[in-house]
Write a new protein. Sequence first.
Lengths: 245, 137
Amino acid sequence: MGNGVTPGTCPVYQGQIYSNAGQSAVVNNVSSPLKTAPLPVPLSALKLGQEGFKKVCRTEEDSPCPFPGLASGVLEMRVKEGSKIRNLMGFAMARMQGEKGVSGGGLSDGGLRQVVFTGSGRAVTKTITCAEIMKRKVGCLHQLTKLRYKVVKEVWESTEGGNSEMTVHRTVPSISILLSKDPLDPQEPGYQPPETLSALWEEREGAEPASHTTCKRPLGPLPHSSFPNCKRVCLGEGVSVLPPH
Amino acid sequence: MSSSHTDSSSPAVEMDPVEYTLRKRLPRKLPKRRNDVYVNMKTDFRAQLARCQKLLEGGGHREICVHGLGLAINRAINIALQLQASSQGALQLAANTSTVELVDDLEPEDPDEAGEPMTRTRNNSAIHIKVFYPDPQ
């Protein structure tokens, strides 16, 4: 599992850079170099590294809890890039299932009622994977997913002797997933009731004219065995729906 | 779209890399409406962002659905957050996660040698982000 992450690192990073390019004014907010001559404003942190700067410090700015009204004792799993899923899950599952008399927030059946998985940047995928594994293992969990940008402050120092220092504010996408044994507010954006693989799609059907959703009908029950067949069906209906060019 | 990151590898089938070619099938087909955007890692990020913006602004859609699988989850989130940021708070996000079952084919490289074609299934995480203008109430 560990080595599976490595080939992905480069494209992910690209994604972040692209996102920075989208709002460069905000992102690369080089806040006053402390004691230096004016420096060329870098396009990205990657470039900084090439120009003889070294990252000396990285702090994540405190952001308010994405789930207001959550009890204070909730277990928060902070998923990092290098975290091992087996370690995270071993710990979290033990707490949720209340093994070995672990106490804290537990009600009748033992174990915690809620857990939050958070991760940012390249750890986002791993965070979702953890939540998905837990949903599958525990079952009957209500889920609330929140996305946002997290601001990370980086201090870069020149490697070429000078005592120049730069502070860069970067934004990285982050995800927070709340899993709860107790029901949550279904009106909240990002809410997902337990066991809803198919309902995820049913619920959205009303949003569009029925003609657009017809092609999914034959695909429902069989995931992949009938794949080529399904594709053809899908194409056929799609053509009939579309007006001629 | 493809990613090598699996969240639960099935009990490992012995595979000799010399004898088998690993072929990844396409993921299962999911609904493709006009407002569904499937994000991948091959297309330029800005092009995909622009496509979403076009749907929301020019296309007259009140909501679009941005999907990302595996590695593309990051990009899907990035696109959704960029859309929200550039709308000055007019847009809201509602994210759902799911697990997608993927199938790999193992084909024997040399048909003369002993070795059956095999398939393996694995799971990968996916995200579905609804980007929408909230209804005025």
